[in-house]
Design a protein around this ligand. Structure first.
Ligand code: ATR
Length: 273
């Protein structure tokens, strides 16, 4: 049977095996999907061993995405832009192809929620790997403006400079931000420490769409905060997780699984519904 897995550390709580097993059942593909948690300095060896032993493809998550970028034979344009690889496929020619489906997953999830990106003013919070992966796919949707704000302003400036050939992207400090924005995407890891990005509450209004790339069994700190200040449309990163997986599955198998039912089952599994 064709073998796939996700590399990460820690990875025990990954939902990827659950998601890909449902995709495989739905599309009647014969495959198995597992987990691998190599020591941080043993990822390169573990990756080589997996493919030497007949593995067909893998996902890569924290903290290995940047390292995976350096280990593959060939990079897709979107992986090159993202500077990170979350999906690897062994091609029929024996080439290890590195791809990145995170940004496509974000855009697909935003669209599935009915969020309009064309001609919109988007505020992207954070300038780490998650923000970098999102920029090219977001700019491809032709927003009127995309502003990056980050605690360390120089990192936002560097990102804006790197992506300004793709569209109207600028960097501003949190203090400089002036609304109204149509969509705020939180790509910071602040929620992991139960913290909030230092965003002025006045930027939140009833018609704004709020997206947090993080997710949990209950609202993230950022989503709770945005709701308190009047945001009516709030979305967490669970849909992005399923959509990036669907994109990876399509890269591997050439068949696109449906995501709605899988997202529902994942929510049930997490106890969200
Ligand atoms: P990832 O790959 O998930 O993006 P990362 O590269 O470590 O992770 O980036 C984390 C991002 O969250 C950074 O933009 C970080 O801001 P700094 O560049 O100033 O470190 C941001 N971040 C983390 N904790 C934050 C907090 N409490 N408030 C605001 N931003 C925070």
């Amino acid at each position: 049977m064709d073998r796939y897995l996700v590399f990460g550390h820690p990875v025990r709580h990954s939902k990827s095996p659950f998601i890909h097993t449902l995709f495989a059942r739905q599309t009647q593909q014969e495959l198995e999907y597992g987990l691998a948690e190599p020591a941080v300095d043993e990822f390169a060896q573990a990756l080589r061993t997996f493919f030497d032993q007949g593995g067909k493809g893998c996902n890569v998550t924290v903290p290995f995405k940047e390292q995976a970028f350096t280990l593959v034979d060939c990079l897709s344009p979107r992986a090159k832009r993202a500077g990170a690889v979350n999906t690897i496929k062994l091609t029929d020619d024996g080439v290890l192809l590195g791809d990145n489906t995170d940004g496509a997953g974000l855009v697909a999830d935003l669209k599935s929620h009915g969020v309009t990106l064309a001609d919109s003013r988007i505020l992207l919070l954070g300038a780490g790997g998650a923000a970098r992966g999102a920029l090219a796919p977001l700019l491809a949707e032709l927003p009127s403006e995309l502003v990056i704000a980050n605690r360390t302003h120089t990192k936002a400036q560097q990102l804006a400079a790197e992506f300004c050939d793709l569209g109207p992207v600028t960097a501003q400090t949190y203090e400089q931000l002036a609304g109204p924005f149509d969509l705020v995407i939180n790509s910071t890891s602040a929620s992991l420490q139960g913290e909030l990005p230092p965003l002025a509450p006045a930027l939140i209004h009833t018609d704004i769409a709020i997206y947090d790339m993080m997710y949990g069994a209950s609202d993230t700190a950022f989503i709770s905060w945005a709701k308190q200040h009047g945001a009516r449309q709030t979305m967490d990163g669970l849909g992005m997780l399923v959509e990036q997986a669907a994109e990876a599955f399509t890269v591997w198998r050439g068949i696109r699984p449906g995501t709605k039912q899988v997202l529902r089952e994942l929510k049930r599994n997490l106890g969200v519904i």
